[in-house]
Ligand binder design. Structure first.
Ligand code: ARG
Length: 567
């Protein structure tokens, strides 16, 4: 339910009937403490400055004009000139009852759907997918699911790194090794790359062949291209294994690799030259931007193009061909400078219209306990597939003692919990912070973890199993906890909207954490199945539990995390 916008309409009307004109958007905030009500309007301070009047006086006038017949129970002037707002219990009861049978749990659609390109994952084919790509895949996928759920048209783009001089060496090595064993040899890309490099350094013949192959791929030589395609295909296959394990929704159709833009690159350079946006400096073509200390190189002295050139071509393609309104790049924060530059240049050169929103959805680095970037014990990069398998093994150990699961079921539950833990840990921190990888923390039953939410969901299911009958009737708000719980449930849409605008999955996890914590409190104080609870109240509480489970499930679903009925 769009509660905030409904409240701001009520306040707008009150201002109008009090003859107070304002051009400011009416922003309603969540109250920061229960004694301040449910919501707060604090735009009066600003109004008072413009009208040169006492804020409390204005607040009092506005207050008299607020319509409290439906949604609002009462309002109060507070502090130097705020208006505190309490919602009406009956309204809350009706509103929450009305979404009980709704499979969108009361969440509507955006008013103006947008076409949104989300660039995420983007692994490099010559290397093992690393934890940075893990973060990008997880955050990007959640963003895509979220925006789609809210009604935007989402175009997923997996901008894989499949081009560059290193591929000459790799396919020369692939050929030498025999392509029929490619799949096996490429299992460990890091090792494959190292072995190829050894050959490159030790054999002049091999090195020459590798160099020759670079030129040949670029010229479109059929044999070399075939080898290259095979290499990319196998390498991508490994990434897909990770997507599959993670439940990340990226397919071959979403791949639009760097090489896709090859033919467009010369045009990018000529456009920038013509408009005098770029200049030749030391033989290279560069763009000097105000506010950046280093120029952006778009063509090397030898004519070669760079990462940035491809990104400019991709920006143009996304704006002009895909007709995106919003383009989101879910990429490591360390590439912030790069995106700032290519965004600015693409707009300057008219490759992307002014109205298109370009966003770098930056995220921090994954750190280990000692505060260093995440590596294996021997210093190598962690293979993602191993990491995910380890998550499931650890999850299994965590839950083995409980509920007496059958082996097959245990596997399923462990998968949901293990993979869920890895994803949730990633999504629940504010994305730009670096993040400390800790198995113990992410697999804990307590705290802001996937398991805490999954466990709450399973507990609610066990209440239903115990009840073992129909659940019907209306939600009745009998006390402050029920008031808060039903309101929290209705806040789901406002939460998702905020997360979609700011591209912050942690807005959703924080909400779920607060919801579950509140539910646990409610459940402790308001017995449901206990002897002596009136039938009507029992049903109302069961319905609140049901709605809570539905919201947890939908919330986790958007985060790409599964629920299970028993833990
Ligand atoms: N392959 C890049 C990397 O690993 C990420 C690609 C991000 N997307 C983009 N359009 N630049 O750093």
């Amino acid at each position: 339910m769009k509660i905030k916008s409904q409240l701001s309409q009520i306040i707008t009307q009150a201002l109008q009937s009090a003859n107070i004109e304002t051009t400011d958007a009416i922003v309603i905030s969540d109250a920061t403490k229960p004694e301040f009500g449910d919501y707060q309007f604090n735009g009066i301070m600003k109004l008072a400055k413009i009208l040169k009047k006492n804020p409390r006086e204005i607040a009092t006038t506005v207050l008299e004009h607020i319509d409290t017949t439906g949604m609002i129970d009462r309002v109060e002037v507070a502090g130097p000139g705020f208006i505190n707002i309490w919602l009406d219990n009956e309204w809350l009861a009706k509103a929450s009852t009305s979404i009980l049978d709704d499979d969108r749990v009361g969440v509507g659609y955006v008013e103006t759907p947008q076409k949104v390109v989300i660039d995420y994952s983007g692994p490099n084919m010559a290397k093992q997918m690393h934890v940075g790509h893990l973060r990008s895949s997880i955050i990007g996928d959640t963003l895509a699911t979220l925006l789609e759920f809210l009604g935007d048209e989402v175009i997923r783009q997996n901008h894989i790194g499949d081009w560059g001089t290193q591929f000459g060496m790799l396919i020369a090595y692939l050929e030498e090794q025999g392509t029929d064993t490619a799949s096996q040899n490429l299992k460990d890309l890091e090792q494959f790359y190292k072995d190829a490099k050894v050959r490159f350094d030790e054999s002049e013949d091999f090195a020459n062949k590798a160099r020759e192959y670079v030129v040949k791929i670029q010229q479109g030589d059929a044999h070399c291209l075939k080898l290259w395609k095979q290499f990319i295909d196998t390498s991508l296959g490994h990434c897909e294994e990770v997507y599959e394990k993670l439940g990340v929704n990226l397919n071959r159709e979403d791949v639009r690799a760097e090489s896709f833009y090859n033919d467009a690159l010369s045009n990018i350079i000529s456009t920038l030259k013509e408009q005098n946006i770029s200049t030749t400096s030391d033989g290279a073509e560069c763009v000097f931007l105000e506010g950046s200390d280093v120029p952006l190189i778009i063509q090397k002295g030898d004519g070669g193009y760079l990462y940035a050139t491809t990104d400019l071509a991709a920006l143009k393609f996304r704006a002009k061909e895909l007709e995106a309104d919003r383009i989101c790049y879910v990429v490591d924060a360390r590439q912030g400078g790069h995106f700032k530059q290519v965004f600015a240049i693409s707009k300057m050169a008219g490759m992307v219209g002014e109205e298109v929103n370009l966003e770098h959805i930056a995220f921090g680095t994954m750190m280990d306990k000692s505060g260093k970037p995440f590596k294996t014990r021997d210093g190598g990069t962690v293979k993602l597939i191993d990491l995910l398998d380890e998550a499931v093994v650890r999850a299994k150990a965590t839950i083995k003692e409980r509920e007496g699961h059958e082996e097959a079921e245990l596997e399923k539950v462990a998968k949901a919990i293990g993979i869920g833990a890895v994803k949730y840990a990633d999504l629940s921190i504010s994305r730009e912070s670096n993040y400390l990888f800790s198995w113990d923390k992410m697999l804990s039953f307590d705290g802001n973890t996937a398991l805490y939410m999954q466990y709450a969901y399973a507990r609610i299911q066990s209440i239903f199993r115990k009840h073992n009958g129909e659940i019907n009737g209306e939600i009745i708000i009998g006390d402050a906890l029920e008031h808060r719980l039903s309101l929290m449930l209705l806040k789901f849409e406002d939460t998702l909207t905020k997360a979609s605008i700011e591209a912050t999955p942690h807005t959703i996890t924080s909400y779920l954490y607060d919801l579950v914590t509140l539910f646990m409190k409610f459940y402790e104080q308001n017995p449901i199945l206990k002897e002596g609870v009136e039938e009507e109240i029992k049903m109302s509480r069961l319905q609140l539990a049901l709605l809570t489970a539905n919201v947890i499930k939908k919330g986790l679903d958007i985060l790409g995390i599964e629920v299970v009925d028993k833990i």
